[in-house]
Design a protein around this ligand. Sequence first.
Ligand code: NAP
Length: 284
Amino acid sequence: MLVNSTTRLCCLIGHPVAHSVSPQMHNAAFKALGLDYVYLAFDVEKNKLKTAVDGLRALGAAGFNVTIPHKVSIVEYLDGLDGKAEKAGTVNTVVLENDLFIGYNTDIYGIAKALEGFNLPEDKAALIIGAGGAARAAVIALLNLGFDEIILANRTVEKAYELSGWVRSMNRRASFCGLDRLGEAAGNCGLIVNATPIGMSPKTDETPLRSKDIPENAIVLDMVYNPLRTKLLKEAEKAGAKTIPGIEVLVHQGAEAFELWTGRKAPIEVMRKAALTALGGEHP
Ligand code: NAP
């Protein structure tokens, strides 16, 4: 399908965006279904966010994704929020609905889908490393999946404390710690989610946890997807734990966004293949 005068616009806004593989993933999906849409990525600095949203509104964009550093600040420029985005307090997807920009958080769905098929030990605590937007999405996903206790660990311990209060306000158990006590915290957990950029390219030798601190029956989900197999996932494998790479979250959060924009079922395998290719990985 050629881009022409009727083509609908979807895009990513963030700063930076050059590393993103969302354009490859979504354009491959539009092409596979023969849809007249195009997906671009725009580097938008913090002080240009309002202007960018006004511009997209004036242009009648079908929707857009939002990434660092705008996932929270975007909320004030939108016309409404979906319930899950409101609960999480962060937005990663915006959809034009009846001329209104409505904010969604598809990371929550992406995390839940990535965990699907795993035997989740809901009777044990879940450890979330990080206290930013991805951690908030992970909290909502894990609470929806039935986890009753969440441990939050963060570099800035005050933010982990804040998030633990938020979890308690939803009537679930929560505790917090700094990264110095991560090993100790992980020992009691059945599920570990890394929601920080630790281990992300180019610092691929970094990991928030070593194998000796990862319980062998744990499930470890790393939200980082570049590299595809992070140091944390390698350490988890060494410990005998089950691992889930961040690309699974990437593909499923993208799939839900695609479905919201187009009303069509997302071609998951096409999207996974495009993302893997863009990240230099293997695909069948
Ligand atoms: P964010 O809102 O900016 O939060 C970043 C979090 O990481 C904060 O808790 C921050 O701690 C911590 N952090 C940042 N640099 C760190 C470092 N060098 N050492 C230790 N902690 C550090 O970002 P986000 O949206 O939550 O994203 C977090 C990660 O998840 C990113 O790598 C992002 O690419 C990934 N992600 C992946 C997907 C996916 O589809 N797979 C979706 C969403 C996010 P402080 O509070 O101390 O600053």
